[in-house]
Each structure stands twice: as C-alpha cells, then as structure tokens.
Design a protein around this ligand. Sequence first.
Ligand SMILES: Cc1cc2c(cc1C)[n+](S(=O)(=O)[O-])c1c(=O)[nH]c(=O)nc-1n2C[C@H](O)[C@H](O)[C@H](O)COP(=O)(O)O
Length: 487
Amino acid sequence: MLSGKTVAQHNSRESCWIIVHGKVYDVTEFLDGGSKIILKYAGKDATQEYEPIHPPDAITTNLPPEKHLGPVEPDTVEKVVVEITDEEKARQERVSNRPSLEEILNLHDFENIAKQVLPEKAWAYYSSASDDEMTLRENHAAYHRIWFRPRILRDVTNVDWSTTILGHKSSMPVYISATALGKLGHPDGELNLTRAAAKHNIIQMIPTLASCSFDEILDAAQPGQVQFFQLYVNKDRAITKKLVQHAESRGVKALFITVDAPQLGRREKDMRMKFEAEDPSVVSKSGSEGVDRSQGAARAISGFIDTSLNWNDLHWFKSITKMPLILKGVQCWEDALEAYDFGVAGVVLSNHGGRQLDFARSGIEILVEVVTKLKEKRGLTFPNEKFSLFVDGGVRRATDVLKAIALGATAVGVGRPFLYAFSAYGTEGVEKAFEILHDEFQMNMRLLGARNLKEVVPEMVDVSNLQSHVVVPRDDLYGNNCASVSL
Ligand SMILES: Cc1cc2c(cc1C)[n+](S(=O)(=O)[O-])c1c(=O)[nH]c(=O)nc-1n2C[C@H](O)[C@H](O)[C@H](O)COP(=O)(O)O
C-alpha cells in the first residue's frame, strides 16, 4: 500500500501522481489533456474533481496498467479541503428553498429552477449553445410559427398518445436525447434518467460522454427496458468498434451516430467558466499563451472525436453491428435522402440543441423540407416504419411534439428539460416531467380532436409562416454573459 506522503512527493510536471477512488495513478505522460486541472491535484486526492466529468472506469480503461500504482493508505492521505465560498453557501440555501415538485407546472419551470440551484459550471455547460446562441432560441421559436387547425365534435373521451419507436413501445412519442456529463448536475448523473424512463416506459439514449459508465447505466435498467446508444466516433476506430459491439452485446436496441459534431461548438458560457476557474495568478504569471482559453468542459472532453467521419464509413458500421443505424444531426433534405439511399433506419433532424453551428435551422423546419422532398424524390410518406424521421431541439410542450408528429416525425428527442429536472430534483424530477407531458398530451389531443397519433395529421397544422424568420430571436447573450470590467 502506498502512503499519502509518498504520493504527495509526485506533484509536478516531471512526476505527477493522483489518487482517484483510493487508488494511485501515474498520469505524468497524460498531462496534455487539461494539464492545469490535473496539476492542481498532483500528489493529492482528485476524486471530487474527477467524478462529474468522467465515468468511473475512464481512468482505468484509458491509462495503461503499468501506470496503475495500487491502493493508498486512506488515513495517510491529506484531505483536499474545498473551502465553501459565500456563493456556494447561498446556492445551497436556494437548493433547500426550491419549490416543491407539486408547484412545477411545465418544463420551463425546471429550467428556471435549475438556473438558480445548479453550480455555475453545470449551468454553463447545460444551458450554453454556440456563438450568439441564435439557433438555441430559434429551436423553440420555430414552434411558435406553427399554428393548429383543430377538429371538433369527435368523441375524445379516450385518447392514446403511446407509440412505437424503431419497433419498441413507448408511452409517448418522446425519447430522452443524449446529453453529456450528467454528474455535473447531480451525483447520480444519467442513472436518474434510467430509473425514471423505466417507470414511465420512455426510451433513453445513452451518451458516449456520460458521467456514469456505460455498464453502470445498463445495469441500472429494468429487464426489457429499451435503451439506444449515441456515438461520437473516435479517431481510434478500434475503440469505436469495441464500444459499439459491447453496446449490442448488452442489448442496446439502436445506434445513433452523431454527425453534426466533427468538433464541439464554441459554447462561450462554458468556455468562460473554464477560463474564470483558472487561478488568476497563473494567468498573470503565464500570460495569455499559458491559459488555453479555448478550453471549456466541452472542448476538454472531446478531442477524441474523428473529424474524418464520412459517408463511406457507414459501410464499416454496417459490417460491425446489426443494430439499426440512425444519423443524429442531419440538417437538410439532401443528406436525409442520401441517408435513406444508404439504407440507414432513420435520421434525427437536429442542430444539437444549438450547440454546434449557430444559425443552423430548427429541426422542425428541416422536417417539413425533408418530408416534401423525400415524397417527391422517392415517393415516401411519413411517419415511415422503414425510415424514421426524428426531430429534437427546443421541444418544451406536448403541443411542440404534436406539431412534429402531424408533420411526419415518428418521435422527438428532449435534452435540457430532463437534465434540469434531475439536476434540481433527481429521479423524481424526471418523473414529474414525464407526468406533465402526459397531462399535456391528454388535454391537447382532446382539444385538437385526435384520439390517437394516427389522427394527428398535416391538415391539423398551418406551417405557412414556418420559413419566415422575420422574428429574429432576442439576442440577450450580451446582456448577461460577457466579460465585464469589475468596478
Ligand atoms: C443540452 C445538451 C445537449 C447535448 C449534449 C450536452 C448537453 C448539456 N451533448 S454534448 O455536450 O456532447 O454536446 C451531446 C452529446 O454528448 N451527444 C449528442 O449527440 N448530442 C448532445 N447534445 C444534444 C442533444 O442530444 C439534443 O440534440 C439537444 O439537447 C436537443 O435540444 P434541447 O436540449 O433543446 O431539447
């Protein structure tokens, strides 16, 4: 057993040991991956900093065995005292004073609460989008340019909004979309989603960059619970192949390959967090070249993504797995048509929640274009079992979902609302979010005059204004999120 004193002697760039979960690791050769934060914990216990960003097995799987130096004697390790700042005390106060779940009426409420109770770094990472965050706002604004044409005098005593997604039953046409780093918001991270999804028969898409390990999430699932896997393709294809085949062997039902993120977007709220987290003395000593301003949580964790990914790689994916392949992040009809011709099982019309290319159009606007063009070019009608169209981004109400269904989507993905729900209220928060949506579906389908999703048809929506981007979303980014001169 190593003593904490011995470990503490390896606290420099020349020799850097850290402790994670009671084990000592020599990370000297890995200091380029976010070295500042690692050096801050050189010779110390880094568990507290490590946990929100990495799955438990990240260090053991990515560090060669000879760098695993073995257990440390716990009582010889100097405790890393994290001083509780006044802001943190105030934040904890807000957590204990947050409204009860009974007072939460819609998904927006979860965002409002999360903004007040989440640690700053978590809020910055979850809420941020790229550049001026125009697409972030457009995602939800686009739904406000679609109006309903409801039908009356239909017996709507019994309405049913359940559906099947890629052949699997779901209690609503909504799935949990992949969002990274769940433990930034809650110590149980993505497990909150797994537990709530099991209870409400909702499908969870497991992110490559989850805080919990892949097997932890699978192990937390109930027998028969349906889960999908979202993949960021690794430059090292052997790692990707291992991940994909392991997912298939564990019973994951579909592979969503993220195609809109060859590099993660410039999410400035997130980047600013990292920058402000730097020790000011480091900045003054090392000057601007010493502090990597481009680092934010997003950039720090995504250097592995393969920028060379292209259409030819789909043949390889078909050779390594039998899971249905879905392309997540398709943003024009031409690519949707190419995906259909390639024989994948569907596409997610998505701009990654506005976190990638700013001024990319909303998924719902792309949906209308794709349905029109694939009908014209291939005679396809939607929803289509052979080629599913999914949409995500800005979905906050059952009415948003019903608009997408009417326009041909099989189902929609929701990201942030479920993140905010569990960050503020754990698993019960996510369950409450599902209950709110069920309530909204029942009411809105009755008012629409639709007894099941098949009766939610294109004639029920007016999209004549959808493409007129006359209302440029408010740009208040420069109101509350820019470097300011501290007076
Ligand atoms: C909010 C959020 C979204 C992320 C996300 C993390 C957060 C905090 N992350 S990311 O950091 O790397 O960008 C992922 C991800 O792992 N993989 C992915 O395919 N989409 C990722 N997305 C996009 C997500 O799957 C949906 O496309 C998007 O969230 C839908 O928009 P709403 O949040 O408005 O529902």
